[in-house]
Design a protein around this ligand. Sequence first.
Ligand code: FAD
Length: 453
Amino acid sequence: DSEITRDVVIIGAGAAGLTAANELKKAGLSVAVLEARDRVGGRLWTDVVDGAMLEIGGQWVSPDQEALKETLEELGLETYSRYREGDSVYINADGELTRFTGEIFPVPPETEKEMVRLIEKLDEMVAEIDPDAPWAHPDAEALDRISFEAWLEEQTDDQEVRDNIALFIAGAMLTKPAYAFSALQALLMAASAGSFSHLVDADYILDERVVGGLQQVPLLLAERLTEDIFLGHPVHTVETTDDGVSVISDGGMTVHARYVILAHAPILYPWIDFNPPLPRLKQQLHQHISMGFVIKVHAVYDRPFWREQGLSGTAFSPYEISHEAYDNTNFGDERGTLVGFVSDRNADDLFRVSAEERKTRILESLSHYYGPEALKPIVYFESDWGAEEWTRGAYAASFDLGGLYRYGADLRTPVGRIHFACSDMAGAGYQHVDGAIRMGRFVAASIIEEARA
Ligand code: FAD
């Protein structure tokens, strides 16, 4: 067992925790980062599986993600564009495949008109939402009382419009069914990415990747903190007194500090023993957020065969098990990689069957987009974040119906010496690496100011 003393102890070596640690260190404060896993990065994890480099967690960078872009530049990391030449494909409710280019799915003209109308309406509403304070919007309470699905039903009778508009937020972002979160939560998701149109535009939202993998961000940030990072130390107790905090890990380490930052998914707070306990409203708040659930599927082939058919690899269908899929070929790789996503209820269903059947059904879904060659990858892997004890879902956490208006404003508020930072509580960059970095900076700045006062 060991005991150390620092100015600030940080729980979690993800993008948020490591950003905060670096900012604090730059300001002359001493830090210790306690990480439960035996690696840094949290939901960023680049690994080699059966000879293929895979982005098991987050990977894409979009133009609005300024904090991430600054960090990439500062760390000297190179980016490259996602492959997007050729036609995208869309499958409708009858299972009919249509090739298309541009953003709007190839749907009947009336349906297209309705989709465009709703996207414009959502853009207008999103423009009025401050991603840092969606609860402050004059209609926030009303918008938080209605599920996104019910809100869409009020807007249009066209089922295909509803299915597609829901997809951009539900399956593709919050990874929860559209009846499980509010219209306000949906607007926050879009506002955090700049507009609803940005979510519709895959070329925008999934613009670039990092050569060598996005986990290099936490790995390089961690290199600057080597003496200060302690892997394999899940924190189980946070004790606070008037004078400071003591944080105790399963690895038998105690860190005494002036401040503590909880830099992990907020759904994990209840697994920590706080002494004294957190205030009652925080306890309530933490019961109204939950993780989304998505399987990220990686299928590697000897070559990107779909390109030979003039396909970009971009594929969408609210009616397919894999509701979206992309060309995810690594930079400079001869092999071709497809990445598909299986979200919320589809993910539940597929985790109720055997691994073999799951694989068969997922590859079958990919073959609907790309043809029979998709059935025979040389490497196949499912990112299974629901089974990860220190994450418990993907991509991130969101409020249940009514929770955002009721408790959202309190999510980031510190409790005395206890501060909170995570992508799951960001405004801009919410649920993304960019938001994690922004929250890391924000919490570090607050502590630096407090420490100097
Ligand atoms: P985390 O990365 O979760 O880090 C928290 C850390 O705390 C973890 O290392 C965890 O082990 C540790 N921890 C937890 N509890 C304890 C404890 N008690 N004691 C000690 N340590 C603890 N974002 C994008 O921008 N682009 C993408 O393309 C993208 N795709 C994604 C795909 C997947 C499959 C997933 C899962 C996420 C994706 N994201 C993406 C989201 C992005 O990865 C996350 O929002 C971001 O990495 C979260 O960073 P964080 O530091 O806030 O939290």
